[in-house]
Write a protein that binds this ligand. Structure first.
Ligand code: BEZ
Length: 211
């Protein structure tokens, strides 16, 4: 059965472009983004890793450690990083995990045999400081992911983790959030001193509590 939200992200030890990584130990108290790409020296992957490197500061601001993975070996990763840095005008500062025996790819269900018997698809896992899986997304090889959306989801997940709020459709950081149904309105009035906008008893907005 595939990994599901709330499951503990499988721990592993792997070689990476930044040395040996013991996953849970490496994450420490940070959030994590673990994402797979089909292969090194492919065009869409090159842009994805470049975009992620360009957003490194944004990930750091949110206390998130990013790790990429493909089933290619380490020597190939090192060669490819030179191309990514050159063509995407970045410096890749996050680790790319080598997984030639596919052990991590299999543990995380990153190989979808009906898409490819051998390569990982574009799987992405967001992992909380409790090492539990908070979000999974799966894209086909031909579609590059939107890493600004990944940051947006992290903002939402971190708000939910720290306050009793959820985020509405298309929400972006700074906009009003939704009070979760478990909080009674009389309690919400105290908990959210910036005020409530009650549209329906079950649809209550409040300004972002951490702004
Ligand atoms: C790419 O990363 O460019 C790619 C990989 C596999 C299939 C199609 C595109």
């Amino acid at each position: 059965m595939s990994l599901q939200l709330g499951d503990i992200a499988p721990d592993f030890t792997a070689e990476s472009t930044l040395g040996t990584i013991r996953f849970h130990e490496y994450l420490g108290t940070s959030w994590g983004v673990l994402f797979s790409h089909p292969a090194d020296f492919t065009p869409v992957c090159t842009t994805e890793l470049g975009r992620t490197a360009g957003l490194q500061e944004e990930f750091e601001k949110r206390n998130v450690k990013v790790l990429a993975l493909s089933v290619d070996p380490l020597d190939k990763h090192f060669e490819w990083i030179k191309d990514i840095n050159e063509t995407q005008h970045v410096t890749v500062g996050f680790p790319i995990l080598a997984n030639p025996d596919k052990s991590i790819a299999n543990a995380y269900g990153m190989i979808h045999p009906n898409a490819s018997e051998t390569f990982t698809v574009r799987s992405l896992f967001i992992i909380g400081p409790d090492k539990k899986i908070k979000l999974t997304i799966t894209y086909p090889a031909s579609t590059g992911r939107n890493f600004v959306e990944v940051l947006r989801v992290i903002d939402s997940l971190q708000l939910t983790a720290n306050f009793s709020v959820a985020t509405p459709a298309n929400w972006v950081n700074g906009e009003d959030v939704i009070v979760v149904p478990a909080v009674k309105t009389e309690d919400a009035l105290i908990k959210f001193p910036k005020g409530l906008k009650i549209v329906k008893p079950y649809l209550r907005y409040t300004p972002q509590p951490n702004d």
